[in-house]
Design a protein around this ligand. Structure first.
Ligand code: AGP
Length: 364
């Protein structure tokens, strides 16, 4: 991959299109079928140390923070280690309790984001072990951390992150699988996740093949003044990221809420002029998610569902291929990148260089 536009009109489109190859690259050479696990060469955390980890705290900003939220979910479900993610910018200002049994993970595409770097430096000063999940090799955060996982997304030029987000989540899946297999994840579950990871590139191509359909949907929603994004548990960070992407490049106001929180306030906003994008995977929460769609429909809200099957209550459904439940968020984010892209295109925005934003924020 290079800095050449390769026939695309924007870097964002090029980078969205590169995701199958990027995922293939982050997996390459890391899977160990003999033990149904993965090898992460630069992790610098042996099995005994990994078993001693009591808690994981993930720190990042913007899109990287959202990838960290999905990562925390993957770590909890596959490795059964309590994990959460927090914006690095908030963490560093609240004089956090630094616990010696917690493993800290800094996430960054550029590896240069000042808030993340400052959080890492504060943690290191207090004796914490900090790993990095970073794209740019040799960057400040990669150098400052004790070890970590390179994301191998290749160069990302567009200010908004797409392929790096996807590869960061896949990197977290690898880390979660690695930690899980050192702890209590069975060989059978290890095999199941590895098979799921290997299916991702072809499934990403399948989603990218539906771009024309997503473009039509985007053109229908481009005149909205505001949009709501909802999801539950694994789907909520997908909703957060999709709403950020839409705001960044189309300048349409967007909110993301857990679907379960609708009735605690945001339901008051629902009316025909406020479309909702709902993440509705076929998992144990399907019926709960469908109930939320009914609530929205009862208030005449328009619904675009991203789901594994047509949703009867939705006005439109973008159907994505099913993978293992834990890995579904990786695929569900991709059509929403295209939705943001085509919305911004329909509105004539400067997609690669949205107003007021920089690719990496290296100042306070
Ligand atoms: C991504 O679309 C944004 N431009 C922004 O939120 C970004 O993710 C954030 O500034 C963090 O950057 P980093 O991943 O390079 O640390």
């Amino acid at each position: 991959e290079s800095y050449d536009m390769g026939g695309h009109d924007t870097y964002m489109h090029k980078e969205i299109s590169e995701q199958a190859d990027a995922v293939d690259r982050v997996l390459r050479g890391r899977i160990d079928d003999r033990f149904s696990t993965v090898h992460l060469g630069g992790l610098n955390l042996d099995a005994r140390e990994a078993r001693g980890v009591r808690r994981i705290k993930i720190l990042g900003c913007g899109t990287s923070y959202h990838a960290g939220l999905i990562g925390a979910g993957l770590i909890e479900s596959l490795a059964r280690i309590p994990a959460d993610a927090e914006p690095a910018s908030e963490f560093r200002y609240r004089n956090p309790v630094v616990d010696p049994d917690t493993l800290y993970i800094a996430v960054s595409q550029s590896g240069e984001t000042y808030d993340v770097l400052a959080a890492v430096q504060e943690l290191k000063r207090k004796g914490a072990r900090v790993l990095g999940v970073v794209n740019v090799v040799g960057s400040a955060i990669a150098r400052e951390t004790d070890g970590g996982v390179y994301v191998h997304a290749g160069p990302e030029v567009c200010v908004v992150s797409t392929k790096c987000f996807t590869n960061t989540v896949v990197s977290f899946a690898l880390l979660a699988l690695h930690l899980g297999r050192i702890r209590d994840l069975s060989v059978a579950d290890g095999k199941r996740i590895i098979a799921g990871l290997r299916r991702l590139p072809a499934q990403i191509e399948e989603i990218l093949g539906t771009e024309d359909e997503i473009k039509k949907v985007a053109e229908e929603y481009a005149n909205a003044k505001s949009m709501m994004f909802i999801g539950r548990v694994r789907g909520y960070p997908v909703a957060l990221e999709a709403s950020l992407k839409l705001k960044e490049i189309s300048y349409i106001h967007a909110e993301a809420y857990p679907a379960s929180e609708l009735k605690h306030g945001p339901l008051a906003l629902i009316e025909p002029a406020l479309p909702t994008v709902a993440i509705v995977p076929d998992d144990d929460l399907l019926e709960k998610n469908r109930a939320a769609l009914e609530e929205i429909k009862a208030r005449s809200g328009r619904i675009l569902a991203v789901a594994h099957q047509e949703q009867p209550k939705a006005d439109q459904t973008i159907v994505v291929p099913k993978n293992e439940t834990e890995l579904d968020p990786i695929l569900m984010g991709i059509p929403l990148q295209l939705l943001a892209y085509h919305t911004a295109l329909a509105l004539g925005r400067d997609i690669d260089k949205p107003r007021n934003l920089a690719k990496s924020v290296t100042v306070e």
